[in-house]
Design a binder for this molecule. Structure first.
Ligand code: TXA
Ligand code: MG
Length: 350
């Protein structure tokens, strides 16, 4: 039996306490509430309630081997979620919390093992979005929340994206408009012998290195059979329905190559979407320009991929030349996963 999913509009800057109270009551009763964070929408449940957590996996079609992030509102909430917290956490929390940084810590027994897919570690984040903060506070419990999309699909940056994937599967969506950052949080493992970056995201590598110079970066893009050993690192992730290909190289050369590849795809009966930074005319293709700064690209990227899904394109060709570093690292990570590694490098015209 599908649920009827309610949607409540909420002011993202100063959320109405009555609406927050209503949403918190749903969480306290073991229900599922999707809510905006500064990165993407999360699908929340009481992290201390194993039955509620099981509903997250069920609603998303997420394998039980893929652990969730637990969201807290203040540092004292850590006592319920983690144990043996290293001094480094406080340094990082001072700099980056609340914000787009998730830290892996030893798991406290109050958090059911299923939250962490059976591991004895737990991912923790203190989001900065006023709606997320108010909701966690009002619920009075830490909130387990993965991105509020169907497993493997593109993460949601609007309430409509959440409904497109999860309507009838969850109790409530708090619609606080588009999420400002647009890509997920950075994940840093503090339980490894050396702090290790597992996923680039809203907090940049450079920002982290200032506080944790000894940090390592984990080898990315593992094969599918390595997934269980390294949850969340599988290549096919954040994916639109169409086949995505990334183009890299000098602009004129890439554009020439694109014309050839678009024509070939159209001749074969396909419909092509082109993802670029700036406006571009392209015969025979649907073009979406996501903006010229890395921040603009990050905040529009997932909506653009979903828009292509809406047009039922068969191919997406992405050409997003951005300087490395900052949030561009997260953009490239997500694109390469969505493209399952398909990158075409065009070095010269010919
Ligand atoms: O910005 C975000 O992080 C959003 C918002 C809602 O907070 N959440 C999010 O959650 O992106 P999700 O479930 O889509 O991604 C969680 C990531 C995955 O890569 C997962 O494997 C990793 O965190 N993770 C969670 N617990 C872990 C653990 N104990 N050890 C290693 N990785 C873990
Ligand atoms: Mg996700």
């Amino acid at each position: 039996m599908p649920l009827s999913t309610r949607v409540l509009l909420i002011n993202p800057a100063s959320p109405d306490p009555a609406i927050i109270k209503e949403a918190a009551a749903v969480l306290q009763a073991g229900g599922l509430v999707a809510f905006p964070t500064e990165t993407v929408y999360g699908l929340g449940a009481d992290a201390t309630d194993a039955a509620a957590v099981a509903r997250i996996f069920e609603a998303k079609g997420r394998p039980a081997t893929d652990p969730l992030i637990v969201h807290i509102a203040q540092l004292t909430d850590l006592d319920v979620v983690a144990r043996d917290v290293p001094p480094l956490l406080h340094l990082l929390a001072e700099q980056f919390w609340p914000g787009a940084l998730t830290l892996i810590l030893p798991r406290n027994d109050r958090i059911p093992a299923s939250v962490s897919a059976g591991r004895d570690t737990v991912a923790v984040r203190m989001p900065s979005h006023p709606v997320a903060r108010a909701l966690i506070q009002a619920a009075g419990v830490p909130i387990a929340a993965p991105s509020a999309n169907l497993f493997s699909h593109t993460s949601p940056t609007t309430a409509q994206h959440v409904l497109d994937d999860l309507e009838g599967r969850i109790d409530l969506v708090l619609d606080g408009g588009a999420t400002p950052i647009g890509v997920e949080s950075t994940v840093l493992d503090l339980t490894a012998p050396v702090p290790t970056l597992l996923r680039p995201g809203g907090v940049s590598l450079e920002q982290l290195q200032d506080v944790v110079p000894q940090m390592q970066v984990r080898e990315q893009f593992l094969a599918q059979d390595e997934v269980a050993a390294a949850p969340g690192q599988l290549l096919k992730h954040y994916a639109p329905h169409a086949q995505l290909t990334i183009y890299e190289g000098e602009r004129q050369a890439v554009l020439s190559r694109l014309r050839v590849d678009v024509a070939a795809a159209v001749d074969a009966g396909g419909l092509v979407g082109i993802l670029v930074t700036d406006k571009l005319q392209f015969k025979q293709a649907i073009v979406i320009a996501v903006g010229e700064t890395p921040e603009a690209v990050a905040s529009h990227l997932y909506a653009a991929l979903r828009e292509f899904d809406g047009h039922d394109v068969t191919h997406i060709f992405a050409y997003l030349p951005l300087e490395q570093g900052g949030i561009a690292d997260a953009i490239r990570d997500r694109l390469i996963r969505a493209a399952e590694g398909r990158v075409v490098r065009v070095d010269s015209i010919g």
